[in-house]
Design a protein around this ligand. Structure first.
Ligand code: FE
Length: 149
């Protein structure tokens, strides 16, 4: 059913490497649970599921630029949802067979943090829905039209 293969092992080594103790000290408990433990926040509880602010969503752990508000859409799921990452290669995809499901996990390439999952039922030209935990993201408000500069 899933058409996309997860990235092969070997090209996904994080460049931001911190100890578990460091992450635990830097992140809030829920950020740590999501980003470092692969947890999922409860739907409709995060800061960004209903956000319509313009800006760039960065990784809450390492600050890497991940998703633009331009690609954000209202999915009705209670999690912020995007049609594609802002930067090609900013995320890595891994096959996830936990919880008796086959899903594709989305991780931050720079720090390896768990962000969410991607599903093949999105509205955009890619047909993808990146379902991301609010607690994995930090919104930097800015004009998305000029953020590239
Ligand atoms: Fe990161």
């Amino acid at each position: 059913m899933l058409k996309r293969e997860a990235d092969p092992d070997g090209s996904t080594e994080p460049t931001v490497n911190k100890s578990d103790e460091e992450w635990r000290a830097e992140l809030t408990p829920i950020q740590y649970e999501v980003l470092r433990r692969g947890g999922t926040e409860r739907a409709f509880t995060g800061a960004y599921w209903d956000s319509h602010e313009d800006g760039m969503f960065h990784c809450a752990a390492c600050g890497a630029m991940l998703f633009s508000s331009r690609t954000k859409f209202d999915s009705g799921t209670g999690w912020p949802s995007f049609t594609e990452p802002e930067v090609a290669g900013a995320v890595i995809l891994r096959r996830d067979r936990s919880l008796f499901m086959e899903r594709i996990e989305v991780c931050c390439r720079a720090c390896g943090g768990h962000l969410g999952h991607v599903f093949p039922d999105g509205p955009g030209p890619t047909g993808e829905r990146y379902c991301i935990n609010s607690n994995a993201l930090s919104l930097h408000p800015e004009d998305p039209q000029t953020s590239a500069g």
